[in-house]
Ligand binder design. Structure first.
Ligand code: PRT
Ligand code: ZN
Length: 300
């Protein structure tokens, strides 16, 4: 086995919505990447991990075919691929190993403004444009609705205006694209977010160890994103109320304050953001000298 085989290969979207958050996650996990001239591959300088930059739709296939060990991709792409493989009599050879906190969106049905919609039965006999034919087919089948699926490769939102479909099934995040195209969201087919997938194939121990380390670091990065370290002074008597007000914190550290027998210092990690409203409530409960700090790294 040459040394290249012992380097993990991770597929990341080359240029799109998932690119920046994926690279940001890897940087936070401590990876330093140097990108080659062709920009198609990033070489991990301080980890045995290389990144392949590809179209998001190709990511499940690259893991399926063992070209890559790992991939960062939307759940929508994964679920569509899983159904497509099943329809062809194959089984998906990728496992979702981490849910990630970016790439949130939903696959939804949307009808032109002014069109009525009274549940899935309204879809009967309609033409629905989508780039997700398998997910849409499953949605219709489970509701026992016969409709025509018009599979497009993009620009789904203009299909009704062009007379190619009666309604659409497309990804939505803010909803402004639907609004701009005079479409009304009526049904969610799938809630989605980015995930980390891996091959179910057993990896050599050196590689597997790095997968485990990466998973642990991702966990740590996601935990600290919202976490804050809070320090404050409080009257001993107010401790129960103050502990109740600290958002998402486990047992705080209580430290006596020299010369103030009735007062203590409280240090706590809060696993949720600490808002001004929380500080104001804490102050009302008797807290003073409050300090909120971001948490950089965390490892349980
Ligand atoms: O070139 P490549 O094939 O790699 O990129 P792509 O064009 O297929 O994908 P890209 O970059 O648009 O999206 C990559 C992934 O991001 C998707 O597979 C989803 O998992 C996720 N994602 C999150 C989204 C959105 N949010 C999203 N809003 N993907 C697409 N959209 C579209 C949406 O359909 C609409 O047309 O973006 C437009 C703006 O959305 P609104 O609702 O904010 O107006
Ligand atoms: Zn794509």
């Amino acid at each position: 086995m040459d040394e290249g085989d012992l380097r993990l290969k991770l597929a990341v979207q080359k240029s799109g919505r998932l690119t920046d958050p994926s690279l940001d996650l890897l940087t936070r996990c401590g990876l330093k990447l140097s990108r080659g001239k062709d920009q198609l591959m990033g070489y991990g300088e301080n980890m045995p991990l290389d990144v392949l930059f590809v179209r998001d739709d190709d990511i499940p296939d690259l893991v399926q075919e063992d070209v890559c060990d790992l991939g960062l991709v939307g759940m929508n792409v994964i679920e569509e691929k899983r159904l497509e493989l099943a329809a062809r009599g194959h089984r998906a050879r990728f496992e979702v190993v981490r849910t990630l906190d970016f790439g949130r969106c939903r696959l939804s049905l949307a009808v032109p403004e002014g069109t009525s919609y009274e549940g899935p039965s309204s879809l009967r006999g309609k033409r629905i444009a989508t780039t997700y034919p398998y997910l849409l087919e499953k949605f219709l089948r489970e509701r026992d609705v016969q409709a025509e699926i018009v599979t497009l490769s993009g620009a789904v939102e203009i299909a009704p205006r062009l007379g190619r479909a009666d309604l659409i099934c497309d990804l939505v995040s803010t909803g402004s694209t639907l609004q701009a195209n005079h479409l009304r969201e009526v049904e969610t087919v799938l809630e989605s977010h980015a995930v980390l997938i891996r091959t179910p194939v057993e990896l050599p121990p050196q590689k597997d160890e790095w997968v485990q380390r990466l998973l642990m670091r991702i966990e740590g990065v996601q935990q600290v994103r919202e976490s804050k370290y809070i320090m404050l002074h409080a009257p001993r008597a107010a401790l129960p109320e103050i502990r109740r007000l600290l958002p998402g914190s486990e047992s705080p550290t209580i430290i006596p304050l020299e010369g103030f027998p009735d007062k203590v210092a409280v240090h706590a990690v809060c696993r949720e953001n600490v808002f001004w409203e929380t500080l104001e409530s804490l102050k009302k409960a008797g807290a003073s000298a409050m300090l909120v700090l971001p948490v950089e790294k965390m490892l349980a």
